[in-house]
Design a binder for this molecule. Structure first.
Ligand code: ASP
Length: 408
């Protein structure tokens, strides 16, 4: 089958599914809960692949780099890209919140206690979360960061034991290819899954009219987050052109399926298998792709960082608490850390935001003010998270390829 043709067919099917899902949820509201299980099925199929795919991808990616200096170079460029783009994202968020003043004049009476907060998350917790005493337990609970660290160490060790390491690397190479084949099969089901996820979630929110009322109730806040996300997406497009020398429209065409899946699932981890497939189709340097994408999906969350900055300033404004330049600087740093610490699962950003609120002494109850629309903004920020990861893979792929080619 012609891959280009089947790719654009799938893109069209996904787009239709999103529109039809939105329309059905809008019109039939809670009745669309009857298709929720189809969305759950799609999500579970994707989640099923995450741990084996991340492990196989990181191990083969790191092993292919060979020399530990190459790993250092690729790791260094990736971390620099992640940190820089996350800081840009938070700065855009701060700018938007200062411009729109979304929290000024908000009725605090509408505030309800936050649904889930985990309390303190400090820098030391973030560092400790890199390792786990039982790697099987970490994998079983989808704690990807310790799995990634373990796989980097394992791959590095495998390259130092010569011949005896080779069959193990070959095993993971085969596993990686097989996982990618399963991804292709699951993609055939993606339009149905996406339709069900959107329709049932909009239905759960009470249908179109209830949803629109929630959106307009927090209108300026929603606008500040969305205009910030669009601005950041434009910055990412520029980086794609300048640092990865890629035509934006063409790359967006490849990324259509994962971006729509990110919007439907609100999970960058669940979207990862599709992101990997799309970036492979786009011909991004294989070594970079295998190493950079799983790492990015776990720690690089530009959309989340931006949203946390807007949300925290919104809460401060709603409570009439002035955050000066110094405190906004604290928000810049802590929102970056909080985004790194957020897992690639729905509404994880809402939980790690506690760290930012505590850093600037804001009431945690403020989270209650933004709960109603969070499920929707979560989808928007996850889409930007996934786009940021894919641009990162293209940039690192270009910068580390010896002959500076955009493709393999
Ligand atoms: N849902 C987001 C993601 O998976 C994380 C968040 O901001 O809540 O990327």
């Amino acid at each position: 089958m012609n891959k280009e043709k089947s790719g654009s067919g799938l893109l069209l099917a996904m787009l239709t599914a999103i529109l039809a899902g939105g329309l059905s949820g809008y019109i039939w509201g809670p009745a669309m809960g009857s298709v929720a299980w189809l969305g759950e099925l799609f999500l579970t199929l994707l989640k099923m692949l995450i741990v084996p795919l991340v492990a196989a991808s990181i191990i083969t990616g790191v092993a292919a780099l060979g020399d530990v200096r190459n790993l250092g170079r690729m790791g260094g460029i990736s971390i620099t890209y992640y940190a820089t783009t996350t800081l840009i994202a938070v700065s855009i968020g701060l700018l938007m919140a200062n411009l729109w003043q979304p929290g000024t004049g908000v009725d605090l009476g509408a505030s309800t206690p936050p649904a889930h907060t985990t309390g303190d998350i400090g820098i030391s917790d973030l560092i400790l979360s890199l390792v786990h005493p039982n790697i099987i337990d970490a994998a079983a609970h989808m704690k990807l960061l310790p799995v990634i660290v373990f796989c980097i160490l394992l791959a590095a060790a495998l390259t130092t034991i010569g011949e005896r390491g080779k069959p193990v690397i070959a095993f993971f190479d085969g596993l990686n290819e097989a996982m990618m084949r399963i991804v292709e099969w699951i993609m055939l089901f993606a339009p149905v899954g996406v339709f069900a996820l959107i329709a049932s979630r909009l239905g759960e929110a009470g249908g179109g009219e209830a949803f629109l009322a929630q959106l307009t109730g927090l209108g300026r806040y929603v606008l500040a987050v969305i205009s910030g996300l669009l601005t950041h997406a434009a910055v990412l497009c520029m980086l794609l052109m300048l640092l990865a020398r890629r035509p934006v429209i063409q790359y967006l065409g490849y990324m259509g399926t994962p971006l729509m899946t990110a919007f439907s699932t609100a999970s960058s981890s669940a979207t990862l298998p599709l992101t990997m497939e799309a970036v492979q189709q786009a011909g991004v340097n294989e070594k970079a792709r295998r190493f950079v994408l799983p790492l990015g999906a776990t720690i690089n969350m530009d959309g989340t960082a931006l949203y946390e900055a807007v949300a925290v300033l919104f809460i401060a404004q709603a409570y009439g608490i002035e955050l000066g330049f110094g405190q906004q600087l604290v928000v810049l740093l802590t929102a970056t850390m909080a985004a790194i610490g957020a897992a690639g699962i729905p509404e994880a950003g809402l939980v790690t935001m506690v760290m930012v609120l505590e850093a600037v002494g804001l009431p945690l109850e403020g989270i209650g003010l933004i709960l109603a629309v969070d499920w929707f903004l979560d989808r928007c920020r996850t889409t930007v998270n996934v786009f940021g990861d894919s641009v990162g893979a293209a940039v690192v792929g270009y910068l580390t390829s010896p002959d500076k080619k955009a493709g393999n």
